[in-house]
Design a protein around this ligand. Structure first.
Ligand code: SF4
Length: 285
């Protein structure tokens, strides 16, 4: 079997396939070496209510990113790569600590470029008593081949499906073929875990899709919604997010250099509702 080190010596973990040697310290588009780097971890009470519960979502923010949106609201962590390095052992310890603090789940934010190290850490933590659901909170720019390695380890996939047109992503991110990969990635996630199952208000297992609505429909919201309705069905838990604000280099594109108007949001929610989307109720009631 090919070892973690061997794969990362010619990293092709994500669709960028940089083929650089991260073990030696070379940096690909995600700006991340072999060592896991995080910016923070804590019980997060600002996530979807079904993830927060009473104890909060045990969130671990990874530094670097393989998509690097020019409007990123966490650009200090993603673009500027702020954070500190930890070992796989320490990552497992953090998961166990979050469980000990009574968090509802372990929520990996922007994990894609560290997929292999995270797999190792999950296995260590599970062997030492971790029982919380694992949440994979990604930008969806991922390879099916890499996601296959998560089968049986991740309970809740929470991709942010950002664009439908590859051209939109090409303008706003480092990906030239975002939707080609993100669409297949999301179908694979759904194949692994199915629709989101919520028990007594707490998410247990399944797919939760996020979509950030942008000014002037820059994130192709109607097409994204059509895709989900057609390929996954309208029982999908679809969090249409209204919190966009211009950040980092949004000023380079005048159309996205503002918040969205209430009507821009409303029209998209009404459209999704007209197709039959009903979850979550705090959006579709
Ligand atoms: S994970 Fe990073 S280095 Fe590896 S292929 Fe993706 S962007 Fe390149």
């Amino acid at each position: 079997m090919v070892s973690l080190l061997e794969i990362l010596e010619r990293c092709n973990i994500c669709p960028h396939e940089c083929n650089i040697n991260r073990v030696k310290g070379d940096l690909g588009l995600c700006k991340s070496s072999f060592k896991v780097k995080i910016s923070s971890y804590f019980a997060h009470f600002g996530e979807e209510p079904e993830l927060v519960g009473k104890g909060g979502s045990g969130t671990i923010f990874f530094s670097g990113c393989n998509l690097l949106c020019i409007f990123c609201q966490n650009y200090e962590i993603s673009h500027l790569n702020q954070g500190y390095e930890i070992s796989v052992r320490e990552l497992a310890d953090i998961m166990l600590e979050l469980q000990h603090s009574k968090c509802q789940n372990i929520n990996f934010v922007t994990p894609t470029h560290f997929t292999l190290q995270i797999i190792d850490a999950i296995k260590i933590a599970k062997a030492e008593g971790l029982t919380l659901p694992i949440v994979w909170n990604s930008n969806a720019f991922e390879k099916v081949e890499t996601l296959n390695k998560l089968n049986g380890l991740v309970d809740i996939f929470m991709p942010d499906l950002k664009f439908f047109r590859n051209t939109s992503a090409e303008i706003l991110t480092t990906a030239k073929n975002y939707f080609d990969f993100a669409s297949l990635a999301i179908l694979e996630m759904h194949k692994q875990v199915g629709d989101l199952i919520i028990d007594k208000g707490i998410a247990k297992r399944g797919l939760l899709i996020r979509h950030l609505i942008m000014p002037e429909n820059y994130s192709d919201s109607f097409e994204v919604i059509n895709f989900i309705a057609e390929k996954l069905g309208t029982n999908t838990y679809l969090n249409l997010m209204a919190q966009y604000y211009p950040s980092y280099k949004s000023y380079l594109i005048p159309e996205i250099n503002r918040r969205i108007y209430p009507d821009e949001y409303k029209i998209i929610v009404v459209y999704a509702k007209s197709l039959g989307f009903r979850r979550p109720s705090y959006i579709f009631s």
